[in-house]
Design a protein around this ligand. Sequence first.
Ligand SMILES: Cc1ncc(C[n+]2csc(CCOP(=O)(O)OP(=O)(O)O)c2C)c(N)n1
Ligand SMILES: [Mg+2]
Length: 471
Amino acid sequence: MISHEKHDRMANAIRFLSMDAVEKANSGHPGLPMGAADVATVLFSRYLKFDPKAPLWADRDRFVLSAGHGSMLIYSLLYLTGYEDMTMEDLKQFRQLGSKTAGHPEYGHASGIETTTGPLGQGIANAVGMAIAERKLAEEFGSDLQDHHTYVLCGDGCLMEGISHEAIALAGHLKLNKLVLFWDDNNITIDGAVSLSDSTDQIARFQAVHWNTIRVDGHDPEQIAAAIEAAQKSDRPTFIACKTVIGFGAPNKQGTHKVHGSPLGAEEIAATRKALNWEAEAFTVPADVLDAWRTAGDRSADAHKAWEGRLASAEAAKKSEFTRRFASALPGDLDAAIDTYKKKLADAPPTIATRKASEDALEVINGLAPEMLGGSADLTPSNNTKTSQMKSITPDRLLRPLHALGHPRARHGCRYERHHAARWPDPLFRRLHDLLGLLPSVDPSGCPDGHPRHPRPDARFDRRRRRWPDA
Ligand SMILES: Cc1ncc(C[n+]2csc(CCOP(=O)(O)OP(=O)(O)O)c2C)c(N)n1
Ligand SMILES: [Mg+2]
């Protein structure tokens, strides 16, 4: 049990690291990390299942900071809980060219950043995709290997974005009960009060799409804890409206838009230090507080060990399939099947409509890749995206969030076929687009992000003819 005093000091460590980093960079957003520090402290110190020593543990809980401008919240948490690749030096490099600690969290810059956020609302859709992935994998591999929650923190701006609505409607429809959305309900955005631009009753909105809804004082640890426990028992996704004060603790600026995206200034930081009774210098965390945070970071080490034991003793075929998925490796026989199919097409070019050709190509992949999951935006019989072998989210009627849903599922080892694909985030996507004739035949291995490039740097994709120029 964490005492209130200890909780306050742990939350204040997030507040001061965030203030210090923004001040040093003379750029950034201190308001959200200061306001949401209590919610994050309760979640990370008491409930989130994660192991900083094994950031890619396949059954960890996922945490998504949809309000990506508050990035110092997640960077502080990663440092405090003991992720090796987030050091105090990294916090000091906040927003500097080439640093891990970019203004908005970037997937791949540091472990523990589950997805790139910054475009408001997108993190909510990403989290819905993660929760779908968890559900599908749990159905396939069982709860001994997949049984985790997805937590996402959003601000007022995320909820104003249209993508949030399409995603939450789908989550409610699918009853994604392991999805928990915290709303940093601080009534402030960049320009001023939320009332300048929005008057939605968010609780009523979420209830209308079948979510469980809870209201809490976002600075009361016990109310936050009780809400998380209720969410964990819910048969529906849960929306926790956390009433907070933006820039909590800054005596002259809290509760105003002045703390949204500007450094507090030396004078206000000194006043905050006094108000919150914080003795430590800038970029220094008192030993007792760091100890408490590191203990929180070690909390799930036993659960992780037990999970490794379950994986090790799983039946060989299940274990190897599960491991393959999380390594993002393709099924061994897929390349050969694709090559054979391409040769067949080259030898006897079919005279069929292109969408029928698309279906035939999908069938080759779906027969060999059980991780394929389809979504076709209410176009299934029209664009033939649900083949005999394919699992699909039904009804498939949401076009825009689908891509946002697809990326995180790829990170869970699921593949995602989107008919209007613009990017191909994993090897199977690339093979699919190769089959559909959308990619040049080049070896993509030389590209750091895995995206195939044309050998000629000036080459442009011909959208009308849907092909690259010859190399
Ligand atoms: C899609 C999108 N539109 C606009 C922005 C620019 N923007 C960044 S933060 C922000 C205000 C967000 O307000 P809120 O979510 O309430 O954050 P808070 O001020 O409470 O930290 C805006 C408009 C953005 N990042 N993404
Ligand atoms: Mg706000």
